[in-house]
Design a protein around this ligand. Sequence first.
Ligand code: FRU
Length: 480
Amino acid sequence: MSHRDNQLRQEAYAEIEKFRDQVEADPHRLRFHIQPPVGLLNDPNGFIQYNGTYHMFYQWMPFKTGHGAKYWGHYTSDDLVNWQAEPIALTPSEWFEKNGCYSGSAVEANGLMNLFYTGNVKDEEGNRESYQVLATSEDGIHFEKQGVVLELPEEYTAHFRDPKVWKHGEYWYMVVGTQNHDLQGRVALFRSSDLSDWEHMGVVTGAHTDQLDDFGFMWECPDLFELQDNHILVVSPQGLEVEGNHYQNVYQSGYFVGDMNYETGKLKHGSFKELDQGFEFYAPQTTLDDQGRRILVGWMGVPDQDEEHHPTIKHKWIHTLTLPRELTLDGDKLIQKPVAELEKLRKEEISYERVELNGVETTIEGIEGDAFELQLGFEHNKADVFELTLRNNARVVYHKPSGELTLERKRFEDRRMESRTCKIGELEDLRLFVDTSSVEMFVNGGEEVFTARYYPEQENRSVYFASSGELTLNVSHWKL
Ligand code: FRU
């Protein structure tokens, strides 16, 4: 560990100590999500199962609730449910990363955990440089920086970051999110036989290629993987215009389903689909675990989206990661289900069969709280409108005639309602994971997901049900 590295670590640990009480006193502190000990968390990084243990790293700014020279924070877990804080994994201590150890990924090779990430460098005038860096570890806890393995190719601007590495056949491959000199978002592909010499294979896909027109000025956090004999490219393109219900957030994350040709380095793909229909979701990353599951975790936040209005900043922290979701493919649509292990969180089940709603707003005995799982099965739905109100702060509205499902919440700056809507057709079931200040709602067995932060009054623990006509519900509720 260099002197500089040690110094940066000590400063960050001191910051955790200094604000520990203030952070812990926040009623909006989450109970079952990964959150920073202090400061700002953004992208999930280096998600991997290594020697049986799940590792989740995250982009971390210890010294303020804004962005800056990022560290990599670190948690581990045996079950994707209980996470243990580990020592800081990376600090921006070297010349090639002095303005941040930006996002990246992990692979296992030669008995080591290998982290690939972006070294972000800015000069006095704000000019950017980007280096792709390798750090290795035997124990998965202490990392040694091996230095720069890839310099910026001339085809791209210095917006070139977030390497995701995987193995296919005898080669290693790396995708990097980038922008070309015409300011079009692209995914660049590299190939290596030893993880240190990387050959540029060109552009996998991107805006203004033969498969897409205008599609954003920068693509962040690409992730390319195989799923059920198809290839999926998950990516976060910046600069998509609002189109009806689509692309309502500042930036979005989504995916293309296609066929990867490893000889040409091109992905032949269909249209882009958003991964999440809610307010806060960005920069997801996946890993393949030893049960063969493809698991995705996202940042429950979005860049440049009212960070100053989150009330948690009074308590010196901001943002969280989503729950892990298992991915499967149904035709050309990704199905996302909370990983099965999350059932371990369940305490005190309350279930009702065939609860009849008939137009009046009602509570249901025992169905309330500030952290719970709620499952609703819909039967004989003759009502045009169904509504579920959470702690008088977020509301789910299903409009049967249009087949549209809406999530509303109180806007952070002025408490007025704002909404996100998705066409789902018939509503069959909802499964909600409600934490003290977050909602993740899985619709119709994971066909859609809505993710959002919300900041209810602490005393309010109510859940209200309403319908405009006859509707029968099967209800299950667990405290979490
Ligand atoms: C996405 C992102 C990445 C970058 C990181 C910096 O949220 O902008 O492209 O590596 O965050 O924290």
